[in-house]
Design a protein around this ligand. Structure first.
Ligand code: NAI
Ligand code: MG
Length: 362
């Protein structure tokens, strides 16, 4: 069963980190016989300058036929040269919408080897292993009405709409309960039900779904402001955390500090299961295009490489290979491999490519 993978590096450090995860994917194809075909495609400012489109037809086709998309990053100052309409015609937000990639999984693992350089204390980090599931296709990032208007008195007013329906809540929360059953069987649902109507509906739907189908899973609820504090104070309490689009966006960057760097975090964005049992999936590091370090070959590729492990596990159904890759990353780290973002003062800093080498060697 040949899996098709579209490899789209994108902009900024996207192509730099993706080059390393693509080497890793190739390794699994060649050395472990994982059946896959890779198709590279361009996205962003470069194809825009050549063709007038950030997402040219070849890229659309590559993603259309793909079982899994390996995505790099988008954004950065030079993309200001792309008019808003052209950018919108091929945006990542649009892609998430098109393929209905509603469940965004962001595992947070504290690597023991990094506990000395991480911003949080080793005593807080030991054993941290949880997953944030962020709803990705609704909420305030998509809600209508939205806009910027000028009021009668000359003031400007920006406005957005937070909204969630029963179905939108239930399908992502279902993903959380199902994942929890394969882990430590705990779900923490995060909302702001003391203030927001969307969160009142969110919490009631979570409770109803839990009672109807998942009463074997331990369920707790937390307000988002408390959740931010608890992630820093005692992250070990979490197994699976499920929340809406904007809360998940913010909490996962916060949780990144438990892994030592934003550059360490992988993610998977999953669409609905079709009648053949397949689901479209996009795998990408949590970070963006990092314009401050782009083009220097120093970005940490481990978030992208660990996204390949998620792809092996979830799209390719190769859990042993996923474990193998995660162990290789852990072993490279315990062997002292460090890119600049995770290096202690005075330690040797590997380039992006050398970190790729370290993982492949391991
Ligand atoms: P960012 O994630 O690009 O960078 C935040 C900070 O983390 C920077 O200091 C950066 O150097 C560092 N960092 C990020 N990834 C790293 C890596 N792999 N290795 C070492 N250091 C790393 O977020 P920022 O600066 O807020 O956004 C930059 C651009 O990226 C914006 O245009 C934004 O819209 C876009 N973006 C795109 C995303 C995507 O493609 N999925 C996600 C987040 C932001
Ligand atoms: Mg973010």
């Amino acid at each position: 069963n040949m899996m098709k993978v579209a490899v789209v590096g994108g902009e900024g450090i996207g192509p730099e980190v993706t080059a390393q995860s693509q080497r890793v994917l190739n390794w699994f194809a060649v050395k472990r016989g994982v059946p896959m075909t890779l198709r590279e495609a361009q996205y962003g400012i470069i194809p825009y300058l050549a063709t007038g489109k950030v997402m040219p037809p070849d890229t659309v086709e590559a993603m259309e036929e793909a079982d899994a998309i390996l995505w790099g990053a988008t954004g950065g100052p030079e993309t200001k040269e792309v008019p808003a309409a052209a950018r919108k015609a091929g945006s990542l937000l649009g892609l998430r919408s098109k393929y209905d990639l509603y469940a965004n999984l962001r595992p947070i693992v504290a690597h023991p080897a990094l506990s000395d350089s991480a911003p949080l204390k080793a005593s807080v980090l030991t054993g941290v292993d949880f997953v944030i599931i962020r709803e990705l296709t609704s909420g305030i990032y998509f809600g209508e009405p939205r806009g910027i208007e000028t009021l009668a008195d000359g003031q400007r007013r920006g406005f957005n709409t937070e909204q969630y329906t029963t179905d939108q809540i239930r399908r992502v929360v279902r993903a959380a309960f199902e994942l929890a059953r394969t882990r430590r069987n705990k779900v923490c649902s995060v909302d702001k039900a003391n203030v927001l109507e969307t969160s009142v509906v969110w919490r009631e739907e979570v409770i109803a779904l839990h009672a109807a189908e998942f009463s074997d899973v331990e369920l707790t609820h937390m307000y988002v402001d408390n959740a931010a504090m608890q992630i820093v104070r005692e992250p070990r309490q979490f197994d699976v955390m499920v929340t809406g689009n904007i809360f998940g966006d913010i909490l996962s960057d916060c949780a990144a500090m438990a892994s030592g760097s934003l550059g360490m975090l992988p993610s998977a964005s999953l669409g609905p299961v079709d009648r053949f049992g397949r689901r479209k999936a996009l795998y990408e590091p949590v970070h963006g295009s990092a314009p401050d370090i782009a083009g220097r070959g120093i970005a940490n590729p481990l978030g992208s490489i660990l996204s390949v492990a998620m792809m092996l596990r979830m799209t390719m159904n190769r859990p042993e290979d996923a474990d193998l890759l995660e162990k290789a990353v852990a072993s490279a780290l315990s062997g002292g491999a460090r890119t600049a973002d995770i290096a202690e003062a005075g330690a040797k800093r590997l380039s992006t490519q050398e970190m790729g080498d370290a993982v492949l060697n391991a």
